[in-house]
Design a protein around this ligand. Structure first.
Ligand code: AMP
Ligand code: MG
Length: 320
């Protein structure tokens, strides 16, 4: 169990002395440390048991601060950052050598973003270094969207948890790269493709599923609960008939044949943003029920944040 509180000054002291602090953002909680100190960044990887080929996102307080660490900002990147920062958008830019190799897994680009959360924003402004922060969960498990999620799983690994309440967006940031002629979305997330295209026109969506991908949040099996989870279409019909031990994660309508108390509804009103914000809590809640041995789920409509939700559902249900 870690110390949990709202004390930005304490968080700052811990970070300045090379410690790790879990920070609230609008997407998910991050496991943060000084991005410019390789030893601290090594501790982040170790705490999460994250493979060293999976680079971290660097968090800064403004576009101006981001510019200190990158060689150039392409026009489209600047347009997106100006419009959506602070917010759930991560951009990949050519890094300067002040960003240590370990942060980017040796890649020549760095993933960078300005998070939209009052406490974390103040904290970032008060520090004279940026924060490297992956999601504050053990590698491969569901990302944390409350301080207590962090405490349950990484409480023993962090020096302090800055509690900023439940995350308002609730899924990870959308990652965009500008290496090719057309900007490319490498991870679907809390900023919809529609919103991005409104500002910079058409983008390519290139979501990998492999064991050593370009954007490793894209591992085929990721965001996975420990309980078996299956897409309803893949269930054998026998199994469907109200089998004991079944739970369901549903968008806005209950499944037939599964008791209501075993079902987690993402949004009663079919609101996609609400559904995204409740997705990881839903997965955790069902995963923690000892009487539920199989979780059944369905894809949500593929619009707005629905695409990012469906991506998480695909990875949560992937077999490898
Ligand atoms: P997390 O912080 O857990 O949301 O994961 C951050 C994700 O950002 C990684 O899993 C990668 O997919 C992606 N990422 C970070 N840096 C880079 C980079 N330089 N190139 C491509 N993807 C990156
Ligand atoms: Mg993660």
């Amino acid at each position: 169990m870690a110390e949990i509180g709202h004390d930005i000054n304490h968080a700052k002291e811990v970070l300045e002395s090379g410690g790790l602090v879990a920070i609230p953002t609008e997407t998910v909680y991050g496991l943060a440390g000084n991005a410019l100190d390789s030893a601290v960044v090594t501790n982040i990887f170790n705490a999460k048991k994250r493979p060293s080929f999976d680079p971290l996102i660097v968090h800064v307080s403004s576009l101006d601060q981001a510019k200190e660490f990158v060689l150039e900002v392409p026009k489209e990147a600047e347009a997106l950052a100006s419009r959506f920062w602070p917010g759930p958008l991560t951009i990949l830019l050519k890094r300067k050598s002040s960003i240590p190799d370990i942060v980017t897994s040796g890649l020549d680009t760095v993933a960078i973003r300005v998070p939209a959360h009052g406490l974390t924003h103040q904290l970032l402004k008060s520090l004279d270094f940026p924060l490297a922060a992956p999601s504050a969960n053990p590698f491969g498990y569901v990302s944390p969207t409350t301080a207590s999620h962090v405490d349950q799983q990484l409480g023993h690994e962090v020096d302090y948890i800055l509690d900023g309440g439940p995350c308002s967006v609730g899924i990870e940031s959308t990652i965009v790269s500008f290496e090719s002629e057309m900007p490319k979305v490498l991870r679907l997330g809390g900023l919809s493709v529609e919103d991005i295209e409104e500002v910079i026109g058409e983008v390519e969506v290139n979501i990998h599923s492999s064991s050593k991908p370009d954007a490793p949040g894209m591992l085929k099996s990721h965001y996975a609960p420990k309980t078996e989870i299956v897409i309803s279409d893949d269930l054998n019909p026998e199994f469907r008939k109200g089998t004991k031990g079944m739970g369901a994660l549903v968008f806005d309508e209950y499944f037939d044949g599964i008791s209501l108390e075993n079902q987690f509804v993402l949004s009663e009103t079919g609101d996609m943003n609400e559904a995204a914000s409740r997705l990881f809590t839903g997965l955790r809640t069902l995963d923690q029920r000892p009487d539920i041995t199989t979780i059944v789920t369905k894809f949500v409509p593929n619009i707005g944040l629905g695409r990012a939700i469906n991506d998480r559902i695909k990875r949560a249900t992937a077999k490898e």
